[in-house]
Design a binder for this molecule. Structure first.
Ligand code: FAD
Length: 414
């Protein structure tokens, strides 16, 4: 078997892989990225958060993204019947970007990967990592080209950015089941979406369905719109028929989605993902680290996936740079604790969404503008700002706020 030597082997060329490659390439390390699929390829996860912009900028990837003229996203609108809660990223507590993009991932991911490839990073497309072996002096991985003969890569370190492929969690038995109940999503791309005007046009809409589900509406600049319904599997069983029939019936049975999507034409076969929440027993080990979705994936509700993928990639690249230069790195403190903190802040919000505390806060008549700015910063992805109480004590702060708003409402009714 042939053998290639490199400093860092990166598994996967999605946002996490491209981000890590961009930062490590800047430091002059020898890299090899191995990607299972040919790009462009479809993947779900199309609404970004403003925090992504800082990270793309640091990696020198933002200009390439800006040149694609993706749809600008200035915020998020939550709708339930005739109630609305409109967050605008210009009204947030943390100092940061006030916009981001809605991105068809086929184009977005290819833009990032092509940009790092143009800087000299080698990406092997249609090659899969199928086995790994860790030794005291190095790591080695077996690469399987699509339709070709296997070969070995010998690296000082492996970054697993394989997303849903979860290569190292599977090969090293690091998988940990999520404590979230199984949820399912049915999604597609449509045309014919009647969009709100101007600044509101690019905001993501999250519509709460009357029967315990929610729908995303993510508009793209190419005239298409991503829509997806998320619920427990039993919800989908109430809508018989093929996936297209199901989606249409679900959209038409919520007045907010029905109004906006009455004339939609489905332009991509609907896809279904079930039980996507997952975790891992550890984030790193000798000569490897897990990054992005290969760590933990919570839920699509707050579009946290790409933001966490980019942030963990940045953090891992910084730690690895120091290690490869001979410094002793405390991966627990410098990497795992930091990534876990971001995940846990989003976890508190996801839990509060599904147990109805957040909808009660969002649709309360007594919303406090200062508090909503703090909440808005979390929705913008600034989940490491220790000056924000909705970051440092997210669960407690949300619980308290929901309680206060509820008792205020009860007093007003009485
Ligand atoms: P990926 O984007 O999955 O990239 C991993 C790459 O690794 C892939 O290209 C894959 O081909 C490659 N790979 C896999 N196995 C191997 C192998 N054996 N060898 C080599 N390469 C391999 N996130 C958001 O930010 N916004 C959203 O609106 C959003 N919506 C979502 C909706 C749903 C229903 C779900 C389930 C998720 C959503 N997400 C969203 C999450 C988002 O999809 C992921 O968090 C994001 O894609 C993670 O990026 P990544 O780089 O870690 O992995």
């Amino acid at each position: 078997m042939n053998q290639i030597e490199t400093d860092v082997l990166i598994i996967g060329a999605g946002p996490a892989g491209a981000m890590a490659a961009a930062l490590l390439q800047k430091q002059g390390f020898k890299l090899l990225v191995v990607e299972k699929q040919a790009f462009p390829r479809f993947v779900i996860g199309e609404s970004m958060l403003p925090s992504c912009m800082n990270l793309l900028q640091e990696a020198g990837l933002l200009d390439a993204v800006e040149q694609q003229h993706f749809m600008r996203k200035y915020g998020a609108v939550f709708l339930r019947g005739n109630e609305t809660c409109n967050f605008d990223f210009s009204s947030q507590f943390t100092h940061g970007f006030t916009y981001t993009y809605q991105v068809p991932r086929a184009e977005f991911d290819k833009t990032l990967a092509d940009t790092v490839a143009a800087r000299g990073v080698e990406i092997l497309y249609r090659h899969s990592i199928v086995a790994v072996n860790f030794q005291a002096t190095h790591a080695s991985a077996t690469v399987e080209p699509s339709g070709g003969s296997r070969f070995e890569v010998r690296a000082k370190f492996i970054l697993d950015c394989s997303g849903y492929g979860r290569v190292l969690p599977r090969l090293l038995d690091l998988e940990k089941p999520s404590d979230f109940p199984v949820r399912e999503s049915l999604f597609t791309h449509v045309t014919g979406d009647v969009r709100p005007p101007e600044r509101e046009q690019g905001k993501v809409w999250i519509c709460i369905h009357p029967a315990d589900a929610w729908t995303w509406i993510i508009p793209f600049s190419n005239g298409r719109t991503s829509i997806g319904v998320v619920a427990r599997p039993e919800f989908f069983r109430k809508f018989p028929g093929d996936p297209e029939t199901q989606l249409r019936a679900m959209v038409m049975s919520d007045p907010n989605t029905a109004k906006r999507l009455a004339n939609m034409q489905i332009v991509m076969p609907p896809q279904r993902i079930s039980g996507y929440s997952c975790g891992v027993k550890q984030f790193y080990g000798d000569r490897f680290a897990l990054v992005g979705n290969a760590t933990e994936f919570l839920d699509p509700i707050f579009s946290s996936g790409v933001a966490l993928a980019l942030d963990s990639a940045q953090r891992a690249a910084h730690a690895l740079t120091r290690q490869l230069r001979g410094e002793v790195v405390d991966w627990q403190v410098d990497y795992a604790d930091h990534v876990q903190h971001g995940i846990d802040t989003f976890r508190a919000f996801v839990l509060a969404w599904y147990d109805n505390r957040l909808p009660e806060i969002f649709f309360s008549a007594n919303r406090n503008p200062d508090i909503m700015r703090q909440v808005c910063s979390v929705l913008a992805g600034y989940v490491w700002d220790k000056t924000n109480p909705y970051v440092t004590q997210a669960d407690r702060a949300l619980g308290l706020l929901a309680k206060i708003l509820k008792s205020k409402m009860q007093r007003e009714v009485a």
